[in-house]
Design a protein. Sequence first.
Length: 139
Amino acid sequence: MVTVIDYAIRENSEKKTYVALQLQGSLELVLSQKTGQYYATTRTCWISSTFSEDIAKGLVGSELSGKVMRQECPIYEYTVAETGELILLQHKWVYEPDEATKPVEQVEVQPIEASKSEVVKPAEVKQVEPSVNGMEELV
């Protein structure tokens, strides 16, 4: 699960504003490479949205199924806020929905023309009604 923890008004390359949501993943225990000790952390990421600021404000605290995952990307510079150290990174954190919530690929449906003989007439449609024992019966 991820939780919406914040939102921000951002500007895209075309100078149009939009609302971004900050998502926070579940608690993780990570082994420190320096000390060899575990520490608790959560991963966060930002996603774009089509929401107004008022709606985004109301979404803070909402939970979504999915997780925050590490994704490789081109190398970029990052300044560590606490120390001011400039480091190079080659990953970013992104939202990954659970399998059950991933969007289905959209398929364009082409209309077909039916001949008059293919059209189902209302009299030919059979109605189904539940029976007393829970089995459906054709009427």
